[in-house]
Write a protein that binds this ligand. Structure first.
Ligand code: FAD
Length: 287
């Protein structure tokens, strides 16, 4: 096995162009499991952990640009106020050790339908920045995933960063698992309310071949939430929202749960996160 360890992003892109089959490794919390269990034996590993540029975040106009190598720990510590939905999801990932090593770029790279970073990124309308020696492109995260563990990333491209607007309102995330830590989601849900633009974003995890948005549920809330008079949330609205989220999912039966259970749980998570977010808005918080 060849091991490439570029020290700059330019060198990393050159290496990926020269060896498109090279498997990138960042925190290694997915890649090393595959190697250790002999599920994968790549000829070339491309270690990105020395590429400082991937570990930086900064403002990019009205967006935050967060390097693919920023860990969950740093999302929680440094970006918890700006990206509360992603920070909530990050808190549920693995264990302290996994959060110290694991990165959002790696979660996007693995493209598991159960990846916990995906629902909040979908809800917030994030973009994924892909780079190669040919140039850079930004893809809406909703178009990034093409199937289980499949994305639009070309063989010579690396994930450079994700871009996301700082929260303008409450964001929530909730996940169902057999216990609270070290668990792959049976299903998960992210919600973002933008009271300024009166927009609603959603993200469904672990209930379809890719992470999904619930477009009809978003439209319902955007039109019917009492934005002008932030009073009590009508229960009938929360129920219809939950039903539309469940209808948007495309789950299967597997070892972690049945499709029917996932749909039921998603309706509950959607209602619950909506109540939490609406409470945050009424209390003047952002989630
Ligand atoms: C014990 C344990 C618990 C876990 N718990 C959770 C959990 O609760 N929720 C969850 O979502 N995940 C969980 N995971 C999975 C894993 O931690 C996450 O998916 C994490 O985000 C992976 O990040 P990483 O940097 O370690 O990725 P790596 O293992 O380095 O890479 C993951 C994939 O992304 C690709 N990749 C990495 N960086 C790039 C890049 N810049 N450009 C292109 N491709 C790239 C790699 O080639 C590989 O295919 C867990 C893993 C373990 C071992």
């Amino acid at each position: 096995m060849e091991f490439l360890a570029p020290a700059s992003f330019t060198d990393a892109l050159a290496a990926k162009a020269a060896y498109p089959e090279a498997v990138p490794i960042c925190g290694g919390t997915d890649v090393m499991v595959e190697l250790n269990f002999d599920r994968r034996r790549p000829g070339v590993l491309l270690d990105l952990s020395r590429v400082g540029a991937l570990t930086e975040w900064s403002s990019d106009g009205e967006l935050l640009r967060v390097g693919a190598g920023v860990t969950y720990r740093r999302i929680i510590d440094e970006l918890g106020r700006a990206l509360p939905g992603l920070a909530l999801a990050a808190r549920t990932v693995g264990s302290p050790q996994i959060r110290n090593r694991g990165t959002v770029g790696g979660n996007l790279g693995s493209a598991s339908p159960a990846g916990d970073a995906h629902p909040p990124l979908l809800a917030a309308g994030a973009l994924v920045e892909l780079a190669s020696v040919r140039g850079t492109r930004r893809v809406p995260v909703a178009e990034f995933f093409t199937g289980p563990k499949r994305t639009v990333r070309a063989p010579d491209e690396l994930i450079a960063a994700f871009l996301v607007p700082p929260a303008r309102g409450p964001q929530q995330f909730a996940k169902v698992g057999t216990r609270n830590a070290m668990v792959i989601a049976v299903c998960s849900f992210g919600l973002a309310l933008d009271p300024v633009k009166r927009r609603v974003g959603t993200g469904i995890g672990s209930a379809g071949p890719t992470p999904l948005r619930a477009g009809a549920a978003e439209d319902l809330l955007a039109a019917d939430l009492p934005w002008d008079d932030v009073g009590a949330l009508p229960d009938s609205l929360a129920r219809r929202f939950g039903d539309l989220v469940a209808a948007a999912a495309s789950p299967i039966d597997d070892v972690r749960g049945t499709a029917a259970y996932r749909r039921h749980a998603l309706a509950v998570l959607a209602r619950r996160t909506l109540h939490w977010a609406w409470r945050d808005l009424r209390e003047g918080g952002r989630g």
